[in-house]
Each structure stands twice: as structure tokens, then as C-alpha cells.
Design a binder for this molecule. Structure first.
Ligand SMILES: *Cc1c(COP(=O)(O)O)cnc(C)c1O
Length: 491
């Protein structure tokens, strides 16, 4: 399987190159040259690790099949407590695909427990011996998931930058207490986009690259623009379908819908890839929070990132530039030249407008909606808990609300699967307050309060953060990111 850039389809690379490189030279994202067809009946019968290996083998054709089998078994076994891709019925026609049973309690573990193994193997496949320095900008969940995935991986160091005061206290502590000899974490003055812009600048900094090259260090990214982040996420869409088929809720070949709480557009894009590979998906519903740049895009065809940025109770969706949308625009817009033009316009003017034919193609596969404020999110958490006895986090609640409205508007009886992207115990104060309890000032007290109120146990990896020593407390300016990178691999 070959991959090429969304902005230059001429330049083809192998899967190993796409994963080792991350972004293409002209700033495009790597996409697969084709969508391999999946044997649906076989896929539906597989356990999660075998299914993951099966999907990976379709795309990563220059990796040894035995390597992919071992990597998938190691990533999705014990680390997920036997609950990889677990589907839970919430009410008659709605399911929750619980993607937070991994080590850091967010869905990003699916990609980031596997991606470090894919990167090390890619370097081996390519005969590359440099040290890889991974820079990550995070709004909270990616950072911890990446730290956990890359800790003590040979030949790699990782530095994570998160917006100061932009994460929950639990998320901050997850990162500040990270173990491992090759990790570092910094808070950045500013919001997520400031941190991301700072990291992007460091990647574009030729002087920095030259200085690092002298030390045989090459920069790389773990953000969801890397193909290695995307491909593992295709797997759980198939896993969800397999569970519905095995439990008799759908017959093989019947469609189901998905609703995905969306930020950078990576998670939902993986669902689109699953559909193109033959999974019977009706509609992919894109759910946004108050930062509803995607909602407006789907409605109007204009993507306008020049707008107010809001901090919400679903911080991992507080994003104004949804990078992975570029891949969808390539697949449905049909030309690298068009994508290059749109992205040029986004860089220069902060917006672009897509032609009608492309928008029509997008609307055939996608629906959309948003929560206008945090009150709507809280009301949804409360209503699902009281009506259905199901406890969900703030991000998942955004999707439940949008899914509910979609189902009401479309009178569809296809099963609706909502992707549940984080454990409610990652955001315990907001969730407890949503349920109507006076939330205590501290996250750990709120965690206990939530346990007492609901009888649901907090994940050990979160409860265990209490009292753990903080290793990383530095706060830097956003233009200090390059200097951090410069010094990251000293001693
Ligand atoms: C990252 C994240 C999202 C958004 O996923 P994208 O792939 O960026 O669209 C949603 N919810 C949670 C909890 C996340 O961590």
C-alpha cells in the first residue's frame, strides 16, 4: 500500500515512511492510495487484538505480519483490562462505545499504545538510526496518552506542552506525575491553539532542525495528523458492529449510525475510512461543543477559524483548526491542487470555502450538530443518568445530545452508536455538578462524591494519582517551545 500527501498526490511513500515522517514536505497529510476491502463476516467474528492486526495488515503492508500481530496483542490485551472496544447498551436504540478502558482513560490510548511500536519498527524498516524527539501539543488527553505510550521506548524522547489552566486537575496531574526516563511536560501560557502553534513553529524552525541534526536528533509528532494515529482508530468501528451482529441487534449487512464527539476530526474520520472499507455505516454524525467551527462548516461550506475561542467543560474538543478534515477534503474533493488551495487560504486568511460538489459528497456521509453551551452538556449528563442509568463524561455528553436530536429528526431505526471518548472520572467536578450535587473544590473529593452518588468505581489509574509526587511543574511562554526542544535531549 502506498501513501501520498493531500497536497501532492505525485509523491508516494511507504507506510513506514508516512509514519516516521508524520507530515509531508509541503505540509500535507498522508492518505492511503486506496481503501482495502474487509471481509466483514470474518472481521465480526474476531477478538479485538486479532481484528486490530487484521485491519493494520491491510494498510501497513511493508511491516511484517507477525510484528503487527504481536504489537496488537501487546497493545490491546491487558492494558485495556479485556474491555477494548467495549459496547454498552444505553437505551433501546442507543449504544455507548466505551473507548476509555485503556491506561489513561481516554480513547487516545487506542492510537498511542500502538503508535510507538509502529514508529520504532518504521525506523527499523527504513534503516534509520537517529534519535526521535516527539513534540506534542495537547488540550489534555493526547499528552497523557502519548506520554504513557512513549515512556521508555528506546531511541525516542517525548516533550508535551499543554495550555496552562486549560485542562482538568486530573488531566494536569496525570501528566505532571508521568514516570519514565525519556519524558518531559510543560504548561504553556495561552490556550491549546497557542500551544499547537508554538509546536508547529518549532517543527518549521530550520535553525532548530539543523542544531538537532548535529546531535543526530530528528523531530517528530504524535498529534493525530500522523497516519499511525489514525489507522488504529478504524478498528473499533468494526468491533462495535461485530458486537451488534453477535448480539442479534443487527443482521449482517444492515446499517448503523455513529455519533462522534469531535475536535481535530481524527476519530470520526476513522469511521469514514471504516465505511469506505465496507463497514455498513449509515451516517457519521459530527458532534461539536461551543467551539462549533465544524457545525458551521457542514452547514455553509465555509470553514472559518477566525472566531472567538471558548473554554468549555469538554476541553479536548476546544479546537478551532480541525486538522484531519484535510484528509476528508482530499478524498471527497478529489484533487490535491484544490486541497492545497483551501489550506493556503486557511493559512493566509483563516478561512476557506469548499465547492458545492464536494459539500454534497460530504453531506451524503455526514450529519452534524453541536451543544451551544456547557449547560446543555450538563443537562444531557443528568438526563442520561436519570433516564437510562448511564454515567458519561462531558465530551461523550456532547455527542449524546447531538445523537438524540439526529435520531428525533430522522426517524431512523438504525442502531445509534455514540463514541464515548473519556471516563467520567477524568472530569469529576463537572460531572458531579451536572448531576445536581454541589461539587467540592478538589477533583479527588469530587471523584469520591461521584463514586458515592452513583455507585460506580473510579478507575484505579485516576484515583491513584492522589498524593503522587509531581515531577513536572514548569510554565513557559509559547515562544519558549523551540528552546525546550533545543535542550530536550541533553544528558
Ligand atoms: C481527543 C478527544 C476528542 C476529539 O477527538 P478528535 O479525534 O480530535 O476529533 C473527543 N473527546 C475526548 C475525550 C478526546 O480526548
Amino acid at each position: 500500500m502506498e501513501f501520498f500527501s493531500t497536497r501532492n498526490a505525485e509523491h508516494k511513500v511507504s507506510a513506514s515512511q508516512a509514519i516516521a515522517q508524520g507530515l509531508s514536505e509541503e505540509g500535507g497529510l498522508f492518505v492511503p492510495a486506496e481503501f482495502p476491502a474487509v471481509d466483514l463476516a470474518a472481521a465480526c467474528a474476531m477478538e479485538y487484538p486479532a481484528l486490530a492486526a487484521y485491519i493494520l495488515k491491510q494498510f501497513l503492508t511493508d511491516y511484517k505480519p507477525e510484528f503487527l500481530e504481536q504489537a496488537a496483542a501487546a497493545a490491546y490485551g491487558e492494558a485495556f483490562g479485556g474491555k477494548a472496544g467495549h459496547l454498552e447498551q444505553v437505551n433501546e436504540n442507543t449504544w455507548s462505545l466505551e473507548l476509555w478502558h485503556g491506561p489513561t482513560c481516554a480513547f487516545k490510548d487506542y492510537a498511542l499504545q500502538l503508535m510507538p511500536k509502529l514508529l520504532v519498527e518504521a525506523k527499523k524498516n527504513l534503516g534509520r538510526t537517529e534519535h526521535t524527539l516527539i513534540l506534542v501539543a495537547t488540550s489534555g488527553d493526547t499528552g497523557k496518552a502519548a506520554l504513557d505510550g512513549y515512556k521508555d521506548i528506546p531511541g525516542v524522547s517525548i516533550v508535551v506542552f499543554y495550555p496552562n489552566n486549560g485542562t482538568s486537575e486530573i488531566q494536569r496531574l496525570q501528566m505532571a506525575t508521568q514516570e519514565g526516563g525519556n519524558v518531559a511536560v510543560y504548561a504553556v501560557q495561552g490556550n491549546f491553539d497557542d500551544a499547537q502553534t508554538g509546536v508547529k513553529r518549532a517543527f518549521a524552525d530550520k535553525q532548530l532542525a539543523a542544531e538537532l541534526a548535529e546531535k543526530n536528533v530528528v523531530l517528530s509528532s504524535a498529534n493525530s495528523i500522523n497516519w499511525g494515529r489514525l489507522v488504529p482508530q478504524i478498528v473499533y468501528y468494526f468491533a462495535a458492529y461485530g458486537q451488534l451482529v453477535r448480539s442479534g441487534k443487527v443482521n449482517m449487512g444492515e446499517k448503523m449510525d455513529f455519533c462522534v464527539p469531535t475536535g481535530n476530526f481524527g476519530d470520526i474520520l476513522a469511521g469514514y475510512y471504516a465505511k469506505r472499507m465496507g463497514l455498513p455505516v449509515g451516517t457519521l454524525v459530527c458532534a461539536s461543543n461551543r467551539n462549533n467551527v465544524l457545525t458551521d462548516f457542514f452547514a455553509t461550506g465555509t470553514y472559518n477559524a477566525r472566531r472567538d475561542f471558548y473554554r468549555t467543560t469538554s476541553p479536548s474538543m476546544d479546537i478551532l483548526v480541525s486538522s484531519n478534515l484535510e484528509r476528508l477534503l482530499y478524498h471527497l474533493g478529489g484533487s490535491d491542487a484544490k486541497v492545497a488551495e483551501w489550506m493556503g487560504s486557511l493559512n493566509r486568511e483563516g478561512s476557506y470555502t469548499v465547492d458545492e460538489a464536494t459539500m454534497a459528497a460530504i453531506r451524503a456521509d455526514f450529519a452534524y450538530g453541536c451543544c451551544n453551551d456547557d449547560e446543555q452538556v450538563a443537562a444531557e449528563i443528568k438526563s442520561i443518568y436519570e433516564k437510562d442509568g448511564y454515567l458519561c463524561d462531558t465530551h461523550t455528553a456532547v455527542a449524546f445530545k447531538v445523537a438524540r436530536e439526529y435520531c428525533a429528526d430522522h426517524d431512523s431505526d438504525a442502531p445509534m452508536v455514540v463514541l464515548s471518548t473519556a471516563s467520567p472520572f477524568k472530569f469529576p467536578r463537572d460531572v458531579l455538578a451536572a448531576l445536581g450535587s454541589q461539587a467540592p473544590a478538589g477533583d479527588f473529593e469530587a471523584m469520591e462524591g461521584l463514586e458515592q452518588l452513583t455507585g460506580v468505581q473510579a478507575p484505579v489509574s485516576l484515583a491513584g494519582l492522589r498524593g503522587k509526587a509531581e515531577r513536572f511543574t514548569a510554565v513557559i511562554e509559547k515562544d519558549g517551545i523551540a528552546d525546550v526542544a533545543r535542550n530536550a535531549c541533553e544528558g
